[in-house]
Design a protein around this ligand. Structure first.
Ligand code: TZP
Ligand code: MG
Length: 204
């Protein structure tokens, strides 16, 4: 599967509840989202597997891959397209081994120390951030700003998305910093019209 990082949607259970998880994601994909990550820190594995299967069915034929946050067992059980791991979420190499060559595997990177010690071998992309402070993620790392983002992208051996506090009007700055595109939660999830909110990222 070709990986298009132009507009990466990360879900949030609270924010997506406004229209429903599947409805929000399907609308966002109509609006141009190119990659979807199912992220829910509190759901049980069984709940997440059920959500991932329903999302997978809804996305079938769209060409938009579904990535699971953190939980390799959920990615395996739901036959998802990939896994996104944080710095403390275990081993990307083990995930590659378990999921196979065709899976999409991403890693969050917050700073140059993490960048310097990562092994790009098992990875397809990096998620860099937060660019700005955000209330969507608790206890996030220090914001990079666009200059910090550009410096981190310059040191990246892999294509990258930027995340954290990004809105539709930031697309040009994200790409100018060298990232492939923005990854967003609240700019799409929880908006009155998620399709229009996604489309706004492509407006010139
Ligand atoms: N990782 C770094 S910031 C963040 C994550 C998951 C939350 C991004 O949410 P929002 O609403 O797009 O700022
Ligand atoms: Mg994590």
């Amino acid at each position: 599967m070709r990986i298009d990082l132009s507009l990466y949607l990360v879900t949030d259970p609270g924010l997506c509840a406004r229209h429903g998880l599947v409805e929000t994601v399907v609308a966002a994909v109509r609006g141009g989202v190119t990659l979807v990550q199912l992220r829910d820190k509190h759901a049980s594995d069984d709940e997440l597997i059920d959500q991932a299967r329903r999302l997978g069915l809804a996305l079938a034929g769209s060409g938009v891959p579904l990535i699971i946050n953190d939980r390799l067992n959920v990615a395996l059980a739901s036959n998802a397209d990939g896994l996104h791991v944080g710095q403390d979420d275990g081993d990307a190499a083990a995930a590659r081994q378990a999921l196979g060559e065709r899976a999409i595997i991403g890693l969050s990177v917050q700073n140059h120390e993490q960048m310097a010690r990562l092994d790009p071998g098992p990875l397809d992309y990096l998620g860099l951030g937060p660019v700005f402070a955000t209330t969507t993620k608790r206890n996030h790392a220090r914001p990079l700003g666009f200059d910090g983002l550009a410096a981190l992208v310059a040191a990246s051996p892999l294509p990258a998305v930027a995340i954290g506090g990004l809105q539709a009007e930031h697309g040009d700055q994200v790409r100018a910093a060298g990232a492939q595109g923005p990854a967003v939660i609240s700019a799409i999830c929880g908006q009155a019209d998620p399709e229009a909110a996604a489309r706004a990222f492509f407006r010139k």
